[in-house]
Design a protein around this ligand. Structure first.
Ligand SMILES: Nc1nc2c(ncn2[C@@H]2O[C@H](COP(=O)(O)OP(=O)(O)OP(=O)(O)O)[C@@H](O)[C@H]2O)c(=O)[nH]1
Ligand SMILES: [Zn+2]
Length: 368
């Protein structure tokens, strides 16, 4: 039995976990919350490395085929040195000698960085091989429950969904301002870490043909507080109104805050944007790709609701592709806009030019 979800809690609390690759054991800890490598070095009996994603390395000017790579660390590195390596924008300032030790990540390192992503932390991990001398000390801590060991391959897979994985947990009638006949159906991921909601508007049985569908990724700042940095809140309300006007359908409210990087990282990305980066480059500096979302959960929810043909409200071609790949037929697409304002114009332009979102009309000011 492997306890990935328990490992994620330990990682989020700043504790190390052991990843077993079959050939060696790695002691792994999040960069976030770590202020030195000394404790990890002492406990493992070997010199720690820092594992960074290829996105982070690209932001530092290095292109890499592997998903991640590890850098040897010196024991004298201070907390700020570590953080500079994983998070700062000062690409040119990383010492060449350090970068010359770069090695493509093996299964253990890849598992470590995937755990960080799943834990919604900065995707940078401190890793150290458990030495022979320290093996029995580690075994003792495992036996006492002080440390947890997980299989590296399981950790590497911890972001992937599987069909039928969601549990349908509870539901209720929730009349909405713009759609009085609505039901909220809550789904929970098997490890209990995330919940997603299907808002069913109207009576699905009475819809002939493709079901009007909106996939909406959570945006606390926009959806709840009306942040002017994005158009999410307005899109959310417009989607409910549009689906109602189309005779009913479904809005999937997905726990994918910040395009899947989580709220803490989205706030970090906003600060980087205030320093001049666009939305894609800011995520890259933090170690993330253009879009970290996976839509297996959406496919699963649609399956649970017996929906296999949809009319999708989106401007994002990736959402259409993901549904098609998951076996849901996207019969047509309908654009869904919020307003373009001085504050969100740069964000929307970057989505169009960097990530291929279909926003030409709204950016040209031809719609509401
Ligand atoms: N990482 C990051 N996420 C952001 C930023 N601004 C907004 N978001 C997130 O982007 C996501 C937008 O979700 P959606 O509106 O469902 O999706 P979309 O990709 O814009 O596609 P549409 O269907 O066309 O709206 C939300 O999870 C927001 O929290 C940003 O600057 N950086
Ligand atoms: Zn938003």
């Amino acid at each position: 039995m492997y306890h990935i979800e328990r490992a994620i809690f330990d990682i989020r609390r700043g504790l190390p976990v052991v990843l077993d690759t079959g050939e060696e054991r790695l002691l792994v800890q999040a960069l976030e919350g770590s202020d030195s490598v000394e404790a990890l070095s002492r406990l493992s009996g070997s010199r720690p490395t820092m594992v960074l994603t290829r996105h982070r390395l690209a932001a530092m000017g290095m292109s890499l085929k592997a998903e991640a790579a590890s850098l040897p660390l010196s024991e004298q590195m201070s907390a700020s040195d570590l953080h500079r390596l994983a998070l700062s924008q000062g690409e040119g300032k990383t010492p060449g000698a350090l970068l010359s030790g770069l090695k493509p990540a093996g299964v253990g390192e890849r598992g470590a960085v995937t755990l960080m992503r799943r834990a919604l932390l900065v995707p940078a991990a401190l890793c150290a091989v458990v030495s022979e001398e320290q093996a029995s000390a580690i075994d003792e801590r495992l036996a006492s429950g002080e440390l947890l060991e997980v299989d590296a391959r399981e950790a590497e897979k911890c972001l992937a969904g599987a069909p039928g994985m969601l549990n349908r947990v509870s539901e209720a009638r929730i009349p909405l301002e713009d759609a009085a006949e609505s039901r909220f159906v809550l789904f929970r991921e098997p490890d209990g870490l995330r919940e997603h909601v299907a808002v069913v508007i109207g009576d699905l049985e009475r819809i002939e043909g493709p079901v009007p569908l909106r996939l909406h990724s959570a945006c606390l700042t926009g959806d709840l507080f009306g942040s002017l940095r994005c158009d999410c809140g307005e899109q959310l309300r417009n989607a409910v109104g549009d689906i109602q006007a189309m005779g009913g359908g479904v809005l999937l409210y997905l726990a994918q805050e910040g395009r899947g990087i989580g709220l803490a990282n989205k706030l970090r990305a906003y600060t980087l944007q205030d320093a001049g980066l666009d939305t894609v480059d800011a995520d890259q500096v933090l170690g993330f790709g253009d879009d970290e979302r996976q839509y297996a959960v959406a496919v699963d929810m649609l399956r649970a609701l017996a929906i296999d043909k949809v009319q999708l409200l989106t401007n994002n071609p990736l959402k259409m592709k993901a549904l098609e790949e998951g076996g849901v037929e996207v019969v047509s697409r309908q654009a869904l806009y919020g307003s373009v304002t001085d504050q969100n114009h740069r964000y929307l332009s970057a989505k169009a030019s960097r990530a291929g979102h279909l926003l030409d009309e709204v950016l040209a000011g031809r719609t509401r």
